[in-house]
Design a protein around this ligand. Sequence first.
Ligand SMILES: Nc1ncnc2c1ncn2[C@@H]1O[C@H](COP(=O)(O)OP(=O)(O)O)[C@@H](O)[C@H]1O
Ligand SMILES: [Mg+2]
Length: 655
Amino acid sequence: MPSSVVACAAALTLAVPCRWPLSVAGNSLTGRGGCARQRDETWDEGERDGVGSEESQRRSTTLEGFRVLGHAIRREPGIFVLSTLGSVLFAVLTVADAWVLGWATDHVVIPAFETGEIGAGLLWAVLGLFLGVAILRAVGIVARRLGAGVMQYRMQAHTRRAVTRQYLTLPMEWHQRHPTGQLLSNAYSDVEAAWAPIAPLPMALGTVVMMVIAVVQMLLADVVMALVGLLVFPLVLVANLAYQRLASPLMTHAQGLRAEVSEIAHESFDGAMVVKTLGREGEETERFRAKAHELRDVNIRVGRIRAAFDPTLASLPNVGVLVVLAVGVARVTSGQTDAGDVVTVAYLLTIVSFPIRAIGWLLGEFPRSVVGFRRTRAVIEATGSMPHGGEALPTTPVGARLEVDGLRYSYDEEAPLLQGLSFDVEPGRTVAIVGATASGKSTLTSLLTRLVDPDGGRILVDGADLRDLAHGELARSVALVPQNAFLFDDTVRGNVTLGAEVPDEDVWAALRAAQADGFVAALPHGLDTRLGERGTSLSGGQRQRISLARALVRRPRLLILDDATSAVDPEVEARILATLRHGAMGDGDSTGGSDTTLVVVAYRKATISLADDVIHLQDGRVAGRGHHADLLSSSPAYARLVNAYEQAAHEAGER
Ligand SMILES: Nc1ncnc2c1ncn2[C@@H]1O[C@H](COP(=O)(O)OP(=O)(O)O)[C@@H](O)[C@H]1O
Ligand SMILES: [Mg+2]
């Protein structure tokens, strides 16, 4: 599995927990209050994109549509020129075809009728002329279509890459504010919408040339009839503007709804188990149906508008032809022109109607394109990506030294979560972090691994501030095993190595240290067994152990476990911790140094008591620090907490 895919999937899934539609399921990682607030912000964005600024959007859609195309042209000038030249060639030859026909009639057909014979040379010349024009027209079509296609798909690929690359660099805070469904629709339907006008662009430009030639010919044939015929233009323009005015806000709205539908679908599939076990299928289906119907209704309204305008736009030139014929007949009768010119002008007017329609197709794509472009821009231009420094961490296989100094962090300014948290962990030591639910333990682990940056204070690993480290340095030395184990739909090996080149012995050593070797060996294909989406074929405890092995195989110098073995049997959990602590990963086998520094968020007494040191986290500060036994006797608050945990753990067992 390519690492970018993994990282992207991880980034996508990280955004999931923040929105939970059902009132039943809480998630200890995400506070309901915080999420509700963030969700509203997301909704506001949708509204802004949707109906909020209709007026200003209507005015600027056409201009902005051209500007969006300008981006594409600047990025792919070569292919754009090629396809436009192809289209111009086609347009010129379409008009030339008429000229060749006329020339052949005058110089070959009529003389042949008159003299009763035809020169072979002349016949070949005419044939060659027709064939030449046909071949060149074909070349023009191929160049136009191919060019437009290549340009469109290149732009799509480019934007998709930019958007997904940005997903990877944007910080956790951004991801928590943007639901996964929206990320999917940004990368998929918004990109598609943004570059949709590239397809008709060369055609529209080529037909402008066709139109100019036809108009000049019309004027040369008969100025009065030409002017009468050309009255069609302002009418078409007005009709087009009216169409844009009506359709544009609806299309904008539809694009926003597309994102919402995808969001709901993603969420209900994601929460399938909760939905099913709590019998909420009906409600979920209803939620999806309501949104899907809303989208359908908006699309139908767009369709109705299209249905009214398309035939109007298509028939206006025909009306023009009728008017020209009427005027022409009158002029022929009064001897001001001859029948041939009437036919010429009428014919040219039908030629002109095609460019008008082609330009209409182009303009018709603008509303959706502008919206899609804006939505993808919003991602690409989102700020907050974490700057990296240039420092490196030592590569020696000894444990890292960790210093946390005056750390402050809050999700909600009114209720700061961590307020001046300070502690040190010496290399190779094992420290347990113990604190009540929602005391900020998981947040601390996110800070330690720089998923988020602190509001104040600093974190030093081997004396280097995390913010000064070069990109990738931290991930090389520090590993986090999160509270919720996430497995990919891949083999055991793929889940442990995440695509890195790791020999099987090392994979097994990591699995052994995570106490996972036994059940993996018993799987039908061992390391090659596929685990299904999110590893659903394993139990919670087994998933946690694979997730732990994934961290161990990277031989981290600082390993952070956030409640990472909560679903594992207490005895197995104790064994894992003892193994990690006593450097079993290091006794002879190569899975990491024997002195890995361990920070363990834990709640079981047996686990906690294995730690060299316990940090009791309370009210955003270190309320006590020492060995478990000492804290038990010296701090009543600590004793109450671990005893309450012990009770809960007793009732849980292996989940
Ligand atoms: N993404 C988030 N947005 C808003 N609030 C959050 C978020 N993540 C956690 N919180 C809140 O911060 C507090 C601490 O959460 P957490 O660090 O997960 O605690 P613990 O791991 O100790 O149970 C909780 O009140 C939680 O609701
Ligand atoms: Mg937690």
